[in-house]
Ligand binder design. Structure first.
Ligand SMILES: CCCCCCCC(=O)SCCNC(=O)CCNC(=O)[C@H](O)C(C)(C)COP(=O)(O)OP(=O)(O)OC[C@H]1O[C@@H](n2cnc3c(N)ncnc32)[C@H](O)[C@@H]1OP(=O)(O)O
Length: 182
């Protein structure tokens, strides 16, 4: 619920702009069973060097995936001193990275491989160093290669107040996107 005392962005019903709102004829997302199996060992599939979720990346976010329900993905991470921007507070780009990771996790559940095409963020409250940030994201529709995905970061628990909201388009790409020489 929002109230007039909350930031203006929080009073909008969704983080999505017209660009990240699925068209009215978008398909309902369908979760892919093999993607769910891969998710259980995502490090083995992707390698463990990911800035978002690599468990041993020294200055990474070390996001821990905690489960999913349909295309809704859940994860959490703890804001470290090396993630700060203003003294004692998480850098906005770090929080956008965390949103990218959870939105990408929801896209992963659809099967195939998706990359971020567009990422929109609303910052509603500062996030102190030391906070455990609870991340959630869900697919709101699929249109051809485009998956529309929204999510939020909450403080103080999975049902706590929203600190960041994001809306995005992820684009399905072939495996060669990652393997071709550049
Ligand atoms: C579990 C793992 C979690 C991982 C989470 C982390 C995810 C990431 O950070 S991925 C890294 C960041 N992203 C990237 O590097 C992507 C770089 N961009 C690209 O490679 C290309 O621009 C790419 C693949 C997105 C699109 O190129 P291309 O394959 O030629 O497709 P293109 O024809 O341009 O676009 C496909 C469709 O998407 C739409 N689209 C593409 N980009 C955008 C955009 N920014 N906004 C809106 N729509 C877009 C196009 O309009 C088109 O729509 P339609 O099918 O209706 O015509």
């Amino acid at each position: 619920m929002t109230s007039p005392s909350e930031p203006r962005a929080a009073r909008r019903s969704s983080a999505a702009s017209p660009l990240t709102t699925p068209p009215s004829d978008a398909a309902v997302p369908v979760v892919d069973a093999s993607a769910v199996r891969d998710m259980e060992d995502v490090g083995e599939v992707l390698g463990n060097a990911c800035f978002g979720c690599g468990p041993d990346v020294p200055h990474g976010l070390r996001i821990r995936r905690t489960g999913h329900d349909g295309s809704t993905a859940y994860a959490e991470f703890t804001v470290q001193p090396e993630h700060q921007g203003a003294p004692g507070l998480a850098h906005g780009g770090i929080l956008a990275s965390a949103m990218d990771e959870i939105l990408g996790t929801s896209a992963w559940l659809l099967g195939g491989r998706y990359v971020t095409g567009r990422l929109e963020t609303d910052y509603l409250a500062p996030v102190p160093v030391g906070s455990v940030v609870h991340l959630t994201a869900r697919c709101t529709g699929v249109d051809g290669r485009k998956a529309y995905i929204e999510g939020e970061a909450r403080l103080g628990g999975p049902d706590g107040p929203i600190a960041v909201r994001a809306a995005s388009i992820f684009i399905k790409v072939p495996l060669e996107h990652f393997t071709k020489e550049r």
